[in-house]
Design a protein around this ligand. Structure first.
Ligand SMILES: [Zn+2]
Ligand SMILES: [Zn+2]
Ligand SMILES: [Zn+2]
Length: 131
């Protein structure tokens, strides 16, 4: 891939919301979000997240200068005012903790709407979860 723009993960994620139609967990995004299970579209807004994104400070991956992002969307592109490289601030990868039903080990996984199967790395048990 020619796209070698460095990426920095944002420290702030929108709150967890569930589809009003089918109760599945929606992706951690703001704006118009389509439910991966029932395709209902919800409009999700969260001012505190937008404010945090606007005010978020990140270190330039090249020269380490601290920059204020000043954009209330993720992902967004940013140009360093000091060394002028361009990099991206991407969405925070939200993970949730679930416990294996067999051995009780805590697993941290990325939620995705709908049902899926998980293999426990400790006891090899396969179980289904639904968000
Ligand atoms: Zn839904
Ligand atoms: Zn820089
Ligand atoms: Zn297990």
């Amino acid at each position: 891939m020619a796209d070698d723009v460095p990426e920095i993960e944002s420290k702030y994620a929108p709150p967890t919301v569930h589809c009003p139609n089918c109760e599945s967990m929606l992706p951690h995004e703001l704006g118009e979000i389509e439910c991966g299970v029932c395709s209902a579209v919800s409009r999700v807004e969260h001012k505190p997240t937008r404010d945090s994104w606007m005010d978020e400070k990140v270190g330039c991956p090249s020269c380490s200068k601290i920059l204020r992002v000043g954009v209330d969307e993720r992902p967004c592109a940013l140009r360093c005012s000091s060394c002028s490289i361009v990099f991206k601030v991407i969405k925070k990868a939200v993970k949730v903790e679930i416990n294996c039903p067999k051995c009780d080990r805590t697993l941290r996984i990325r939620p995705r709407s709908g049902k899926r199967k998980i293999d426990c790395p400790a006891c090899m048990e396969t179980f289904s979860i639904q968000f």
